[in-house]
Design a protein. Structure first.
Length: 245
């Protein structure tokens, strides 16, 4: 297994940004790898999943690359104030850069995305608004009702004075173009975002998604996200070199 921690100058962001990539123990030469984009939460960075979970051990023998980008506190959005268009960066620079640099598969069927908290919002936002690029997405303790959160917290730097529909997961879920991505959602029943997750669950159920909802005892902590990332690799259908999930 290879773990790469990279700092490079982003053209779109016009600043240096971080990126961590896990590549499998063994890979066939000249064969493109499926990829999981794994997104950190608020105040996190590209190393958060490595320090908070056993993600390296879980994917060591999987035929899978894991890409963990740094997204500051952007909610994976083109921020309203400042010069950091992270949504555009993710789609138009990060993904092509990783595909070319690490020989990753460009195909929708081989491209997954997941995240926690802010990253859960980002994973669903990116997948729902780009269903032609992601076959499946997972949210753990996701900040899924952003319209409510922006009323309670000062998020003008990210979303501006008016919360636009393209940032609302409820709007995006109702208006997916093309084939819908598979969705996996988990939240702990003691999590402060649990009510928002229930609201999203009840909204999305009638919309025709291949959708899996789970909850269990727990709050906003890494030990629960560690358990969920291990489980969701199996839900994605990603197998190890022995053919086991």
């Amino acid at each position: 297994m290879a773990l790469l921690n990279i700092n490079y100058k982003s053209t779109i962001l016009n600043t240096t940004t971080g990126l961590s990539v896990i590549l499998p123990e063994h890979r066939k030469p000249n064969v493109a790898l499926p990829v999981l984009y794994l997104l950190h939460g608020y105040t996190g960075n590209h190393t958060s999943w490595q320090s908070g979970t056993s993600i390296e051990r879980y994917v060591r023998y999987k035929n899978l690359a894991v890409v963990m980008p740094d997204a500051f506190n952007s909610f994976y959005t083109d921020m309203a104030l400042g010069v950091y268009p992270y949504y555009t960066y993710f789609l138009n620079e990060l993904m092509p850069f990783c595909t070319e640099s690490f020989n990753l598969s460009p195909h929708r069927a081989d491209t997954y995305i997941a995240g926690l908290s802010m990253g859960g919002y980002g994973a669903f936002k990116l997948a729902l608004s780009n269903s032609c690029r992601f076959c499946a997405a997972a949210s753990f303790s996701g900040a899924l009702d952003m319209a409510r959160l922006v009323q309670e917290r000062d998020m003008r730097a990210v979303f501006g004075d008016i919360f636009e529909p393209q940032n609302d997961l409820f709007h995006l879920a109702k208006n997916v173009e093309g084939e819908k991505p598979r969705l996996y959602q988990w939240c702990g029943t003691e999590d402060y975002l649990y009510a928002d997750n229930i609201k999203f669950r009840d909204y999305i159920k009638p919309l025709g998604f291949d959708y899996t909802y789970k909850d269990s005892k727990g709050d906003h902590e890494w030990k629960y996200w560690d358990e969920q990332i291990r489980k969701v690799l199996g839900w994605f259908g990603i197998r190890n070199e022995l053919g086991e999930e």
